[in-house]
Structure formats: structure tokens, C-alpha cells
Write a protein that binds this ligand. Structure first.
Ligand SMILES: NC(=O)c1ccc[n+]([C@@H]2O[C@H](COP(=O)([O-])OP(=O)(O)OC[C@H]3O[C@@H](n4cnc5c(N)ncnc54)[C@H](OP(=O)(O)O)[C@@H]3O)[C@@H](O)[C@H]2O)c1
Length: 331
């Protein structure tokens, strides 16, 4: 079967550029016993991919030069040599940035067709939705009446975090870049308020949006956004350190100034990686699927067309050019 794939050509220094990728063509062989040939339909683009392009130590090994870029896909089984799968099944894969590939049956997860669009299993019903769910439930632990702040609020993770905060009886305050995204967060997603960090008055505007201070900060951005939010945190509040996207392309670490707030307010600051809840993904998908079916969770996607445009899609995502969960349509 004909294939196209995008490999890592070089490691970025600072911002990612299109030169860091190379498009290759080739063929996919036949699956061996226990393997499955999958044609990819959707590729997820995620901020963590910036980390995998680097060789710095992280929670998972980076992509090697010349290796296919890492990524989750939803695909269709073309040929199966594994008893658990048949042609036509829809599956979640880790085949990465390519049109087709061979995976061991054990590495695939079947997705149920019909309940939701297939692409949702890469977003609200997939890794980003589960990150929001477990990060909030297990680390943020919001109680009714508390104030939850989430940065990158219009995005894949942030949009779910704020909506869960509302469903669970909290005041939800978003931080996002620009009026259009902030309007969407309040008017469409139903947050109580959203602060535009690009307007230049983050501390003042966030203070106004959080008259009772902040009990849970779900941090997706880091840098100045996190440092400013720390100044407004309440006694015994929690910070869920989920992502630090503003720092991913920086060549110098951001110098935090407000750690004193952690001490005097006895704030619990905890990092989270969604894989730690892998055994409970079923629970998360069921809960999120239920809210979605009841119309309590709104969701938006940002789609680039074709594998060739995946590098541009990732570069845009890292700059905030996406508006909703970033995907590549492959077929
Ligand atoms: N720990 C985990 O297991 C886990 C899992 C999934 C995701 N994450 C993290 O969660 C965060 C959100 O991921 P996502 O997939 O939901 O992406 P996303 O929010 O859909 O897209 C990224 C958003 O980040 C914002 N952003 C980019 N650069 C920024 C900057 N310099 N300052 C402030 N905001 C900036 C942009 O929104 P604005 O236009 O509003 O700035 C952009 O739209 C990322 O940090 C990611 O690494 C962590």
C-alpha cells in the first residue's frame, strides 16, 4: 500500500520551522501474525509534540532524527492478522504523522462508531478531555462555590476544564488570547468570565474576574500567566501544572517571581501527566460522553487539510493560531 509520512529532519532551536520536517513517500508492507494494517483518517496535533522534537530529558523519550513524527490518530482497519480486529473497524493508534501503518493489535483501541464523530476521540473524548477530567477531579479537586481559573481556555484541554468547573458548581474564569476567543469562552462555553491576557492588564483584569480569589488554577500556559495567577491564589488553594506552552519554544527559562504566594498561602502545586490515569480512561470517557450527550459540553475543532500541512498546523498551534482542538484531516 502506498504511504506518505513526515519525519523529523532536524531539531528546532527556539521556534519550530517547516525545515524541521521532511515528507517521505514509500509503501507499507503486509501485516504479520498479530498485526493490523491501518489507514489513518485523522491526526491529532498537540503541544507535547514540541517536547518530543527535542532531545532534552522529559517524561517520554524524544523522536529520533529521521523517525516518523509521533502522534495519535484515528484510523480504519484495512487488513487484520489479529483476532480482535477486522477490516472496517475504527481504531485509535499511535502510528504518528503518516497516511497508513502497521501496528500490533495490543497497541490499538477500538472506538465505537456512531456515538460521536470519530475525531472527538482525539479531543473531548480523548487525551485532552481526559487530561481535563483527571486533572480537575484528582488534582484540582474543586468544591462547589470555589473559583477555578484555567489558561488557554478556548483550547482542547482548557475548554473542557472550565465547563467541568461549571458543571461541578464552581465559578469558571478563563484566560485566553484576544477578544474573539474570550467571547467564545463566555458566550458559547458558558464560563462566568474570560480575561484577555493580550490586552496588557492581566493582573487587574483577573482580580476583577475573581472577586473571591482563586481556589484552583488549572495551568496550561506557564510563564507570566502562571506567575500573575499565583498572586491571586487563596489559602490552601491548588495549582494543577498541566502545561507550560508559553515556555516550550523559549531558549531561556522564565524566572518566576511569586513563589512566596505558595509559601504564605500553603498552595499545593502538582504536575500532572494524563498517562498516570490510563487504567481509569474508561471512567473518564463515560463521564465526558455523558455530559456531551446531555448537551453540557460544547466543543470546537480547528482542522488543517492533508498530511503535507501538518507541520504548518503544529507551528500555528504553538503560536495560538488554532481555535479549538487542532486536527489534520488525512482522508
Ligand atoms: N500534562 C498532560 O498530560 C497534558 C495533556 C494534554 C495537554 N497538555 C498541555 O495542556 C496545554 C493545552 O493543550 P491543548 O492541547 O489543549 O492545546 P490548545 O489549548 O488547544 O492550544 C494551545 C493554546 O495555547 C495558547 N498559547 C500558546 N502560546 C501561548 C503563550 N505564549 N501564552 C499564552 N497562551 C499561549 C493558545 O491560546 P491563546 O490564543 O488563548 O493564547 C493556543 O491556542 C498545553 O500546555 C499542553 O502541553 C498537558
Amino acid at each position: 500500500m502506498e504511504n506518505k509520512r513526515i519525519v523529523l529532519a532536524s531539531r528546532p532551536q527556539g521556534w519550530v520551522t517547516e525545515d524541521n520536517f521532511r515528507l517521505e513517500t514509500g509503501t507499507v508492507a503486509k501485516p504479520a501474525e498479530g498485526e493490523v494494517l491501518v489507514k489513518n483518517l485523522w491526526l491529532s496535533l498537540d503541544p507535547y509534540m514540541r517536547g518530543r522534537m527535542s532531545d532534552a530529558k522529559s517524561y517520554v523519550k524524544g523522536v529520533d532524527i529521521g523517525e516518523v513524527m509521533v502522534g495519535q490518530t484515528v484510523g480504519e482497519v484495512v487488513e487484520s492478522k489479529h483476532p480482535g480486529f477486522k477490516a472496517g473497524d475504527k481504531v485509535l493508534t499511535q502510528l504518528g504523522w503518516q497516511l497508513a501503518g502497521i501496528a500490533k493489535g495490543e497497541a490499538l483501541t477500538k472506538v465505537r462508531e456512531g456515538a460521536a464523530p470519530l475525531s472527538y476521540y482525539l479531543g473531548v473524548l480523548g487525551m485532552p478531555g481526559l487530561t481535563a477530567y483527571f486533572g480537575m477531579k484528582e488534582i484540582g479537586q474543586p468544591k462547589p462555590g470555589e473559583t477555578v481559573v484555567v489558561s488557554a481556555a478556548s483550547g482542547a484541554v482548557g475548554s473542557v476544564v472550565g465547563q467541568l468547573a461549571r458543571i461541578w458548581g464552581c465559578r469558571a474564569v478563563g484566560i485566553a488570547g484576544g477578544k474573539q476567543k474570550c467571547d467564545y469562552v463566555v458566550k458559547e462555553l458558558g464560563f462566568d468570565a474570560c480575561v484577555d491576557y493580550k490586552a496588557g492588564n492581566l493582573y487587574r483584569d483577573l482580580k476583577e474576574a475573581c472577586p473571591k480569589g482563586v481556589d484552583v488554577n488549572f495551568e496550561n500556559v506557564g510563564g507570566e500567566v502562571l506567575d500573575t495567577t499565583l498572586r491571586l491564589m487563596n489559602l490552601f488553594s491548588r495549582v494543577v501544572v498541566c502545561g507550560l506552552i508559553s515556555e516550550y519554544n523559549a531558549t531561556q527559562p522564565y524566572g518566576y517571581k511569586n513563589m512566596r504566594s505558595v509559601l504564605v498561602n500553603r498552595i499545593r502545586v502538582q504536575g500532572m501527566i494524563v498517562f498516570d490515569w490510563q487504567k481509569r480512561y474508561g471512567e473518564g470517557i463515560q463521564e465526558l460522553g455523558g455530559y456531551l450527550a446531555q448537551g453540557k459540553l460544547k466543543y470546537r475543532e480547528s482542522v488543517v487539510e492533508g498530511l503535507e500541512n501538518a507541520p504548518r498546523g503544529l507551528i500555528e498551534l504553538l503560536k495560538g493560531g488554532n481555535f479549538g482542538k487542532q486536527l489534520v484531516r488525512l482522508a
